[in-house]
Design a binder for this molecule. Structure first.
Ligand SMILES: Cc1ncc(COP(=O)(O)O)c(C=O)c1O
Length: 297
């Protein structure tokens, strides 16, 4: 597949078809690992420092050694170069695991944690999704969030795979998690915002959400354009919103025009969402020192 033929694995760039990970890797056996995905524009990683910081925090919490000061930025650029992605946009997915260890549930430090970076193309149809807006599907995660441990980006994405698959089967771009009581949390790999009468709202991280890098950037941008409140969103808020949008590193800002069967607002992409999309892009172009028209989808 274009852009994914070479990966970085434990210090070397290798052909994906030849890369090998031990059957005793605890990431494989127990999901004992973490991942981060950052976007690249013309091969240049965006907000990599924030992603490495989140990985370092999460690694610390589960006792995996991770050094953010290794030359990850240079490796990310080299990975894009080797995958011939310096003239277009994509994303880098970094996975780290505890590495080889005993087949036991007890947490032990290992000598050789696994570090993998894969290049991946952007989602097909992302440009149309950003322009025209998308539908989202609602998935209940029960009555509590404590077991979900969303604040670390661990490898345990099975619920996300199931929810996203259900969403796609219904023609929806993303699935949004909510509690039985109607509180809305986040998407499977995105954060969610709603706009009502010019006020932008998003559920606080303290509800057990992943602290999205893009969420943080969009909160700052939204504060410069409108009123912003970090408050728990409910299903009723989504149903009554004028605008809803999703954020994540690889998709940036994607407008939502339908939640389940209901239209959002008048069913068209709202002005505030458009304004945020533009401002976000301007910031990317400025921070990466790239002409804005060179940024892809
Ligand atoms: C559960 C979850 N929430 C939110 C996000 C968005 O985070 P970011 O903006 O850092 O990409 C992700 C990203 O994959 C995620 O997995």
């Amino acid at each position: 597949m274009m852009g994914t033929s070479i990966c970085y694995l434990n210090g070397k760039f290798v052909d994906v078809a030849k890369a090998r990970i031990s059957p005793l890797d605890r990431g494989f056996l127990l999901g004992e690992g973490l991942f981060e995905t950052w976007r690249t524009y013309r091969g240049r990683p965006y907000a990599i420092a924030e992603h490495l910081a989140r990985m370092t925090r999460s690694a610390g919490r589960i006792g995996i050694d991770f050094d953010p000061d290794e030359p990850w930025q240079e490796r990310s650029v080299e990975l894009a170069r080797r995958n011939r992605m310096l003239d277009s946009d994509g994303a880098v997915r970094m996975t780290i695991t505890r590495g080889r260890g005993p087949v036991s549930l007890v947490l032990e430090r290992t000598e050789d944690p696994t570090r993998l970076m894969l290049f991946r193309p952007l989602e097909p149809g992302l440009g149309a999704a950003k322009r025209d807006g998308v539908a989202v599907h609602l998935v209940s995660v029960g009555s509590g969030v404590s077991e979900r441990q969303r604040q670390i980006k661990s490898l345990n994405y099975l619920p996300a795979v199931m929810a996203r698959t259900q969403a796609r089967e219904r023609g929806c771009f993303e699935a949004l998690y909510h509690l039985d009581c109607g509180k809305v949390l986040e998407g499977t790999t995105s954060n969610v915002f709603a706009v009502k009468r010019g006020v932008v709202r998003t559920t606080p991280i303290s509800m057990g959400l992943l602290p999205g890098v893009t969420r943080h950037k969009v909160i700052k941008l939204a504060r410069s354009l409108a009123k912003l409140r970090e408050e728990v969103l409910t299903l009723d808020d989504l149903a009554g919103a004028d605008e809803v949008f999703l954020t994540s590193s690889s998709i940036e800002i994607v407008p939502v025009v339908r939640v389940g069967r209901r239209k959002v607002g008048n069913g068209r992409v709202g002005e505030l969402t458009r304004g945020l999309q533009r401002r976000y892009r301007e910031n990317v172009a400025r921070e990466l020192d790239l002409p804005i028209e060179l940024l892809g989808e």
